[in-house]
Design a protein around this ligand. Structure first.
Ligand code: CAA
Ligand code: FAD
Length: 385
């Protein structure tokens, strides 16, 4: 079943990538969703398949082993994967929109030549910003990088790190000079062998996606592993998150569409009072509203993606897309359970999983309040006398 609507301006290549992601999600991911959720473990063959399909280097140049496609293609892949499993979707999202993008935008030639092919072909990446005492207040991070004659020594702990259980390349934000406040934050590449996974979280949703505390105990990092220069880390982090938020919006619209696709056919099969339940006006109007809300969220998301591609301002649009898509995902996946009655409440249909998974949209890559704060700042700037 195709999603309700497309963007008129999708290129043939974008359509083809979306189709490939749709097929991969249905055929390869679909059969494993429930088992992965119950076991709280990502299937290794799915990660391998994502690499083989070219979904792990979507914007990476062909020279570096990537698909050399557009940012919108990345969003479409994230959306399609989320229609089947938001956990697989976020794995691909973090890897592409956060990790690959940092190397492409801020890495020097040596770093790009070394890491981009690995990230496109086989090695999973993770993005380590949040800490136990700094989530929304991300720039208050306490992880230190002490400068020595020819290396840094990193000490500290990162919390909530997506992909960290399986990842081999870690991008770590640490402060090289606390006296400079957030202007001391610097971005480092750290290999798997130097990090310690301290704790794996058990979660309400996206349970197959790993979320761990990652500890750094006297980790020696050579100067050449600094990305973008000392003190540039805070800007790298937030500029990347501005883009990443469009990815999470994509994940949330995929999720909402996935729940809708599962529930709506049932409402035309199930009869009560001698009538298909989806044809009662009380149901039909809810379904119509939900379809419209998903489409509105999708258009906000695609618009933010296209603005970014065209070099236009997109921060406010990205915040709107992420905030609204998260609201819609939670609302529609909750309604989808109700549309199916008792059946929707069971594990059988997989609809309850979408609802559990939807909750994270309002939390990671900036909570809903942080998105609203970003939008409000733009409005204030525009309307203040
Ligand atoms: N875009 C660009 N620059 C921004 C910005 C934005 N959206 N928000 C702030 N900045 C810049 C400011 O311009 C300023 O820079 P200069 O000093 O160079 O001018 C600097 O950041 C500090 O600005 P503020 O004092 O206004 O910022 P703050 O300290 O109050 O908060 C913030 C800034 C930490 C970025 C906060 O707004 C924020 O976004 N918090 C959420 C953190 C977050 O998204 N974490 C996600 C972790 S990754 C993740 O979650 C992945 C996953 O789950 C899958
Ligand atoms: P807090 O910042 O303590 O927020 C708690 C509540 O207070 C929220 O409702 C928030 O909106 C509100 N609040 C805080 N400040 C304000 C304010 N100024 N105004 C109004 N309300 C406010 N981080 C990474 O670095 N990398 C990852 O890969 C990653 N993956 C994650 C995966 C999962 C499953 C989870 C749960 C988190 C992940 N995170 C990751 C961390 C995530 O980005 C943070 O959880 C998020 O930014 C919120 O931080 P916090 O949990 O400390 O909540």
């Amino acid at each position: 079943r195709r999603s309700l609507q497309s963007l008129d301006t999708l290129t043939e290549e974008e359509e083809a990538i979306r189709e490939a992601a749709r097929r991969f999600a249905a055929e390869v991911v679909g059969p494993k969703v429930r088992e992965m959720d119950e076991n709280e473990m990502m299937d290794k063959d799915i990660i391998k398949g994502l690499f083989e399909q070219g979904f792990m280097g979507i914007e990476t140049s062909a020279d570096h082993g990537g698909a050399e496609s557009s940012f919108t293609s990345a969003i479409l892949v994230i959306e399609e994967l989320a229609r089947i499993d938001p956990s697989v979707s976020v794995l691909c999202d973090v890897h592409n929109t956060l990790v690959n993008t940092i190397f492409r935008k801020y890495g020097n030639k040596e770093q790009q030549d070394k890491y981009l092919p690995l990230l496109a072909e086989s090695k999973l990446g993770s993005f380590c910003l949040s800490e136990p005492a700094s989530g929304s207040d991300a720039f208050a991070l306490q992880t230190r990088a002490e400068k020595k004659s020819d290396h840094y020594v990193i000490n500290g702990s990162k919390m909530w790190i997506t992909n960290s259980w399986e990842a081999e390349i870690f991008l770590v934000f640490a402060n090289v000079d606390m006296s400079k406040g957030y202007k001391g934050i610097t971005c480092f590449v750290v290999p798997r062998s130097d990090v310690k996974i301290a704790k794996k979280e058990q979660k309400l949703g996206i349970r197959a996606s790993s979320t761990c505390t990652v500890a750094f105990d006297d980790v020696k990092v050579p100067f050449e592993n600094v990305i973008g220069g000392e003190g540039k880390g805070y800007k790298i982090a937030i500029e990347i998150l501005n883009e990443g938020r469009i990815g999470i919006a994509g994940q949330m619209i995929g999720l909402a569409q996935g729940a809708f696709d599962k529930a709506v056919p049932y409402t035309y099969e199930r009869k009560q009072f001698g009538q298909a339940i989806g044809t009662f006006q009380g149901m039909a109007f809810q379904i119509a509203e939900a379809a419209t809300e998903i489409q509105a969220a999708r258009l906000l998301t695609y618009n933010a993606a296209r603005r970014k591609e065209q070099g236009l301002d997109f921060t406010q649009q990205a915040a709107m897309a992420k905030w609204y898509s998260s609201v819609v995902a939670q609302k529609v996946s909750g309604q989808a359970i109700e549309w199916c009655g008792g059946v929707g409440f069971t594990r059988e249909t997989g609809i309850e999983k979408f609802w559990r998974d939807s909750k994270i949209g309002a939390i990671y890559e900036g909570t809903s309040n942080i998105q609203l704060q970003t939008i409000a700042k733009f409005i204030q700037k525009q309307y203040s006398p």
